[in-house]
Write a protein that binds this ligand. Structure first.
Ligand SMILES: NC(=O)c1ccc[n+]([C@@H]2O[C@H](COP(=O)([O-])OP(=O)(O)OC[C@H]3O[C@@H](n4cnc5c(N)ncnc54)[C@H](O)[C@@H]3O)[C@@H](O)[C@H]2O)c1
Length: 422
């Protein structure tokens, strides 16, 4: 046990790949490190035995994505495997202590449909030392359940507002899926009035108790909740546009799946950048930039695929017939984005994702989902929009008014309705 992959043992299969093992010194701004003696009973003897869930990978083995930047999780994982093996081999030769760089993550809304499977996937990450589960509903059962998984992260439950400060203490990453989900017949904007207040109050607490943390916002409507979060952070004087993210990874995951199905490709081989926003026509998959290079027979096929990607959330809402919106695929997507962010914090120089962020890429749209390079401080670079097809240029023009309205609605809400604790 001590020298084998405990995550493999825990789940009973071999779909894992080595990742993110660093020796002391080569680490990020404020990582926690834990010294692991070779041969310890409580941790793997060698760094090589650390594994991460292969299913988090999504990308083409040879991809140089959107504007030549690589987004390939496959490539990243391979390079990490090499690094991990080198690190482990060196440590093993010297009989040294190997330091594992790990991070503290809080999930706010952890008892919910997304929160629970997301927490499970985060619990599987070897990059996470502490997992704080917070909800207004009782989350103790979820924490007790997860704490029996023999993966490294220590799980703690925090219920109700009084425990929120402790839930946020010293966390590196806060993921927010708190709120109500869409029901049939509701648009994402119908959720606005309830979720806007929830996100405002939670982000206000983050601003006070974890001002340096990366913040991943899942609660819809993301097009408005992220601008709300930005305003709240500004009011507290801690807004850093490089650290606030709207999670749009589910649009990428869906686009990858639908394009692979249409092209009869392996799901894992396809990567589609998705830009714009995270509702209806504001979701703009760039089918001219699919990797590997893909040719669609007609504009009709491109239009059909684009429309399906834009309305995929509704497919799930209707199929669940009143029982909520996407939870499992969303948890998968959010866990992939969290893993990418932590890998970048950890110093991986080759992490790219699409995410909805504050930027000045498009005049009049202070928030826009773009392909970004993630680094030790959050967003390191926003990749420019170049070489869009005519279809994509038309779609970009068409989405601007709706996205602008949603952004303004969020900003107005935050300006007019101060946070409960402000
Ligand atoms: N970004 C995306 O791609 C995407 C995809 C699907 C769903 N969503 C959104 O994610 C959110 C959650 O969806 P779900 O299906 O998990 O809903 P859910 O109702 O199953 O879970 C929401 C959880 O949030 C908790 N909660 C409510 N108010 C809270 C507060 N103030 N503090 C802490 N916790 C609070 C609830 O108790 C519940 O446990 C919804 O807004 C939904 O629209 C986003």
């Amino acid at each position: 046990m001590a020298s084998t992959a405990y995550l493999q043992n825990a789940l009973g299969h071999a779909a894992f790949a080595a990742t993110n093992v660093r020796q002391a010194g080569g680490v990020s701004s404020s990582p926690r490190t834990c010294a692991v003696p070779r041969g310890s009973m409580h941790a793997p003897a060698a760094a090589a035995s650390l594994r991460s869930f292969e299913g988090m990978r999504a990308g083409a083995p040879t991809s140089k994505m959107c504007n030549e930047a690589s987004t390939s999780f496959f490539e990243q994982t391979i390079s990490q495997q090499r690094l991990g093996r080198r690190t482990a081999a060196a440590a093993s030769r010297k009989g040294q202590v190997v330091a594992l760089v790990t991070y503290k993550v809080a999930v706010l809304g952890a008892a919910g449909g997304i929160g629970q499977p997301l927490s499970l996937l985060v619990k599987m990450s070897p990059l996470v030392s502490d997992l704080h589960l917070y909800d207004i509903a009782n989350v103790k059962g979820v924490a007790a359940d997860l704490s029996h998984c023999n993966t490294p992260a220590k799980v703690e439950a925090f219920t109700g507002k009084d425990e929120l400060p402790a839930a946020l203490k010293d966390v590196d990453l806060v993921i927010i899926p708190a709120g109500i989900p869409r029901k049939p017949g509701m648009s994402r904007d119908d959720l606005f009035n309830i979720n806007a207040g929830i996100v405002r109050d939670l982000v206000d607490a983050v601003a006070q108790h974890a001002p340096k943390a990366l913040i991943h916002i899942i609660s819809n409507p993301v097009n408005s909740t992220v601008p709300i979060a930005a305003e709240v952070l500004k009011k507290r004087g801690v807004f850093d546009p490089a650290r606030l993210f709207g999670v749009t990874t589910l649009d990428v995951v869906r686009a990858n799946t639908f394009v692979a199905q249409q092209q009869k490709q392996r799901l894992i081989d396809v990567d589609v950048p998705v830009i714009g926003g995270h509702a209806g026509i504001t979701i703009l998959p760039l089918l001219s930039k699919v990797k590997p290079k893909t040719f669609f027979e007609s504009e009709e096929i491109i239009d059909k695929l684009t429309t399906r990607i834009q309305n995929a959330g509704t497919e799930v809402v209707e199929a669940k017939a009143g029982a909520g919106s996407a939870t499992l695929s969303m948890a998968y997507a959010a866990a992939r984005f969290a893993e990418s962010s932590l890998r970048a914090l950890d110093g991986d120089p080759d992490v790219y994702e699409c995410t909805y962020i504050a930027s000045n890429l498009i005049p009049d749209l202070p928030f826009f989902a773009s392909r970004v390079k993630l680094g030790r401080m959050g967003v390191e670079a926003v990749l420019p929009l170049e070489g869009l097809s005519e279809y994509e240029q038309r779609a970009l023009e068409a989405l601007k008014p709706e996205l602008k309205n949603s952004i303004e609605k969020g900003i107005e809400f935050a300006k007019e309705k101060a946070a409960a604790s402000a």
